[in-house]
Design a binder for this molecule. Structure first.
Ligand code: PMP
Length: 444
């Protein structure tokens, strides 16, 4: 009697040698044996089955939804409140024209050469000074340049997560982070938030129960809810982190977009013992396309990250790094931030006023003190699936809530609206269309 595994192994070997081929529903057939000795243009070329060859574990849960939204907004005349990028009219084009010329004269061939894996020294120093003005004391060697903060989240996941490890994160939170942690085979557990950010009492229970590898959170104007962690909670959170010895990954991409007078110190600035790994980016306050972000953390983490950087993209784009360094050193970044804060604050106000104008019963939102988004609670009798189709018909698009939750589905509760990218005209038209769509999506 032949063992089953021997047969399977034999089939696998025959397949690997190109002697047999398996077809779903048809079984395995012997292939015509011709390749080696035949002329190239007469050979039999079996269809390649990519899907059967690749690692089966590469799908991202919300990929299709996001692709659909991007497509709808790209190719159709549709107003998008779905994205999360800076307004097109904010880019400091003239300043960068000059800076680029200056950099060519100043750095010459250096601009075309590789930088260190950690990023160019000039930019690391400029970021060091920038962070100092925000109360964060990090030495240059504790700063590494990344291709966006997305890369920082990815490296952190690679460094910490082994299959089945628990990650605690606010809920709702940045969908990209959820997907990265899940792709790394982490078990993501959501911690509820309220107006003061992550609920530290619930967090403590979950820390006790799961002993997670780390806590990921956005401390200010978080995506999608716009909520900022209060000072009291910042301290409570750090105390918990020290007590249970759990590191914190602080994603502070929206921190600069602050409409209020009051600026809270980041967790990294409050941290007394290197528990916080801090992620910053130019994507939200300046340009997503530049793909430049940074990590501020102790040297151990930075050195570990540099190994991943080496096997992913060696270093981030050289020219962009030098130009950003000049942009920071010349004081242009600070000026730019002031400008965009004014712009986005007025757009936030416009969106809120417009929504309120239509007096849609049961539609609720709180006014964010910064960041990019309004997180709107839908009236109870509105069905999200109907609303999504209706909104596209009316010519407007938003982000549905599911991707922002660790376990996907939360039903018909919230939508996320971006006010930075659409023009004022689009905000007015888009809100009108959306309010119309909401009214039409009620079930009675
Ligand atoms: N974190 C958060 C919270 C975000 O919203 C985003 C962008 N949508 C990122 C990280 C990634 O940004 P980037 O890589 O462009 O810096």
């Amino acid at each position: 009697k032949v063992d089953r595994s021997t047969v399977v192994k034999a089939y696998m070997e025959l397949k690997a040698d190109g002697l047999v081929e398996s077809f779903v529903g048809k079984g395995t057939v012997v292939l015509p044996q011709l390749t080696k000795d035949m002329e190239f243009d007469k050979i039999y070329t079996p269809k390649i089955h990519w899907n059967q060859m690749i690692n089966q574990d590469t799908d991202l849960e919300h990929h299709d939804l996001i692709a659909k939204i991007m497509e709808a907004t790209q190719y159709r005349k549709i107003i998008s409140f779905a994205g999360g990028i800076p307004a097109s009219n904010t880019y400091p084009i003239e300043i960068f024209k000059n800076i680029q010329n200056q950099c060519m004269d100043k750095y010459k061939e250096k601009l075309f050469m590789p930088t260190s894996i950690y990023g160019c020294m000039e930019l690391r120093n400029s970021i060091k000074n920038h962070l100092e003005s925000r109360g964060i004391n990090a030495a240059t060697k504790e700063i590494m340049i990344t291709s966006g903060s997305q890369q920082g989240i990815y490296y952190f996941a690679k460094l910490f997560i082994e299959a089945g490890d628990v990650v605690l994160m606010e809920e709702p939170t940045y969908l990209g982070a959820i997907e990265i942690f899940k792709a790394a085979k982490g078990k993501v557990i959501g911690v509820p938030i309220d107006k003061e950010g992550i609920k530290t009492d619930v967090l403590e229970n979950l820390l006790l129960r799961y002993r997670p590898k780390f806590i990921y959170l956005q401390s200010s104007f978080q995506n999608p809810s716009g909520v900022t962690l209060s000072m009291k909670r910042r301290k409570e959170l750090l105390k918990l982190a020290y007590f249970y010895q759990i590191p914190i990954l602080e994603d502070d991409g929206y921190g600069e977009i602050n409409f209020s007078e009051n600026r809270l110190p980041s967790l990294k600035a409050l941290d007394k013992s290197d528990y916080v790994v801090y992620l910053g980016t130019f994507s939200k306050a300046l340009s997503l396309g530049m793909r430049i972000g940074w990590v501020a953390a102790n040297e151990f983490i930075i050195n570990k990250f540099s190994k991943f950087k080496q096997i992913t993209d060696f270093h981030s784009n050289t020219m962009t790094q030098y130009m950003l360094s000049e942009f920071l050193n010349g004081g242009y970044y600070q000026q730019h931030i002031k400008k965009i804060i004014e712009e986005y604050k007025s757009k936030r106000d416009l969106m809120c006023t417009e929504i309120l104008k239509y007096k849609v019963d049961g539609l609720q939102f709180s006014i964010p003190e910064g960041g990019y988004f309004l997180w709107c609670k839908l009236p109870e009798n509105v069905r999200l699936t109907i609303l999504m189709n209706q909104a596209i018909k009316e010519g407007v698009m938003f982000m549905p809530p599911d991707p922002f939750y660790c376990n996907g589905s939360i039903g018909d509760t919230y939508i996320r609206l971006n006010y930075t990218y659409p023009t004022r005209e689009e905000i007015k038209k888009g809100v009108k269309a959306l309010m119309e769509a909401i009214k039409k999506s009620r079930i009675t």
